[in-house]
Design a protein around this ligand. Structure first.
Ligand SMILES: NS(=O)(=O)/N=C1/NCCO1
Ligand SMILES: [Zn+2]
Length: 263
């Protein structure tokens, strides 16, 4: 019945206070990507990312993840192609991870969990003038998902890891510049799955064209351990809670088709 209700009943989530009524409810994220049920679509084009490191501004702890924010007042860091008809502007990227390497990703592939997942969030700047507008519209957003696996150290990630101790607590922010998010993409960005879904954190709106990369990136155990040294709680709170397991539970597919850019 989760797919038929007008509003998904209170989305209780350990991290969010109180029930969340979610508009629609039949295209929620994350989901399990069942590979053999995905449909190859030869019309899907290669993704075109044009990221300008000069638009990188700050990194901050929002009490649920840490976000690297970009200046999205002009079309300087953009995403187009793939399943997208319009040009989308990068506004931020963040991660989701577990307390152990055994889980942490939001999407899964044939039920396989990864220790973490990167989300690069973009909004449709051909149709809207602000993220806040686009977030309410069908396909106003495009989010690239990249799975992280534990292995060799990721040199590009280290600059970000080194900034994390300065934002241990909720609502802390530091300047963070000249970071090229392209370094976090896998070598092959032509192989991906795409489907229509939602944000996995509030406002949970069903406005996202998801583009989930088939190829993962590798980060070291120690780099991931620094993610887990972050805190959900602000400096003033008596009880400090480590920022781990900041992923949403999987949602019903509700008959959606997942397309693949590869056969
Ligand atoms: N995890 S997610 O779907 O990217 N969620 C959000 N919320 C605001 C921007 O991205
Ligand atoms: Zn996310």
């Amino acid at each position: 019945i989760a797919c038929s209700s007008k509003y998904v009943l209170s989305q209780m989530h350990p991290m969010w206070q109180g029930p969340l009524a979610v508009p629609g409810g039949d295209r929620q994220s994350p989901i399990d990507i069942v590979v053999r049920k995905s449909v190859f679509d030869s019309e899907l084009k290669p993704l075109v990312t044009e990221y300008n490191p000069e638009t990188c501004q700050q990194i901050w702890n929002n009490g649920y993840s840490f976000l690297v924010e970009y200046d999205d007042t002009t079309d300087k860091s953009t995403l187009k192609g793939g399943p997208l008809q319009d040009k989308f502007r990068l506004c931020q990227f963040h991660f989701h991870w577990g307390e152990s390497n055994a889980w942490g990703s939001e999407h899964t592939v044939d039920r396989r969990l990864f220790p973490a997942e990167l989300h690069l969030v973009h909004w449709n700047s051909d149709k809207y003038s602000l993220f806040e507008e686009a977030v309410m519209e069908d396909n106003g957003l495009a989010v690239i998902g990249v799975f992280l696996k534990v292995g060799k150290r990721h040199e590009g990630l280290q600059k970000l890891v080194d900034a994390l101790p300065a934002i241990r607590h909720k609502d802390s922010v530091v300047e963070f510049t000249r970071f090229d998010p392209a370094c976090l993409l896998p070598v092959n960005i032509d192989d991906y799955w795409t489907y229509h879904g939602s944000l996995t954190t509030p406002p949970l709106t069903e406005s996202v064209t998801w583009i989930v990369m088939k190829q993962h990136i590798e980060v070291s155990h120690d780099q991931l351990a620094v993610f887990r040294s972050l805190l959900f709680t602000s400096a003033e709170e008596d009880v400090q809670k480590s920022m781990v397991n900041n992923f949403r539970v999987q949602q019903p597919l509700c008959g959606r088709t997942i397309r693949s850019s590869f056969s």
